[in-house]
Design a protein around this ligand. Structure first.
Ligand SMILES: CC(C)(COP(=O)(O)OP(=O)(O)OC[C@H]1O[C@@H](n2cnc3c(N)ncnc32)[C@H](O)[C@@H]1OP(=O)(O)O)[C@@H](O)C(=O)NCCC(=O)NCCS
Length: 180
């Protein structure tokens, strides 16, 4: 469960990633809907996530996104079961100081190609709060389009989707992974 893009390496999130995880999940600018208040809470959240991942089918889960040049974890991306069994859900959370450099787009495009080619996903979806403009822009850069609406954790979300044919036709597809 790894993939590589030109600047990034994505590999399974591990319990030893707790420091980097807290840097991301403890930051209210990133986890705006409920950042972890301290390192202990982040450690519990990471444990909870890793327990969920253990129950997911092979190839799905949470990836730590490592900047190859520095070896530093700059974010995480998620490929997980969704409420509709034929879809898989995408997620992304990046350290605040990594924003604006195209890392989230690069990691997510790599994840899209990984999902369709290596996990044989049928369709990818993302639930996004419409006011989350950076996430909406990221979804648009992936070529995702709105298929509906859904209330999640009391917040209205738009549901965006991308199928394999659409992804394969995107100009970024051939370069999405370093070694497909
Ligand atoms: C959503 C999130 C991952 C997007 O991060 P981001 O930094 O805006 O996205 P990217 O890393 O793809 O960067 C894109 C920006 O970098 C710029 N950029 C700079 N260098 C670039 C490069 N080499 N390649 C591509 N884009 C580049 C782009 O122009 C773009 O800027 P623009 O939107 O002003 O045009 C981030 O805001 C985040 O972690 N948010 C909080 C978590 C969250 O809300 N998750 C989703 C819950 S549903």
């Amino acid at each position: 469960m790894t993939f590589e893009t030109s600047r990034l390496l994505a590999r399974p999130l591990e319990v030893s990633d707790q420091g980097a995880f807290h840097r991301i999940w403890g930051d209210p600018r990133v986890i705006w809907w409920g950042a972890m208040p301290d390192a202990a809470a982040s450690a519990r959240k990471l444990d909870e996530i890793l327990e969920r991942v253990r129950n997911m089918p092979a190839g799905q889960g949470w990836f730590a996104v490592v900047e190859k040049a520095s070896g530093v974890i700059i974010g995480d991306v998620v490929l997980a079961p969704y409420i509709t069994a034929s879809d898989l859900e995408l997620g992304w959370h990046f350290a605040f100081d990594s924003w604006g450099q195209g890392y989230a787009t690069e990691a997510s495009r790599g994840l899209v190609r990984y999902a369709f080619e290596r996990v044989n996903a049928h369709r990818l979806v993302a639930d996004i709060v419409p006011g989350n403009l950076l996430s909406m822009r990221l979804a648009a850069r992936l070529g995702m389009h709105r298929i509906g609406d859904r209330v999640r954790a009391t917040l209205p979300h738009v549901v965006l989707a991308l199928d394999r044919g659409e992804a394969e036709a995107a100009p970024w597809w051939p370069d999405a992974l370093v070694s497909p």
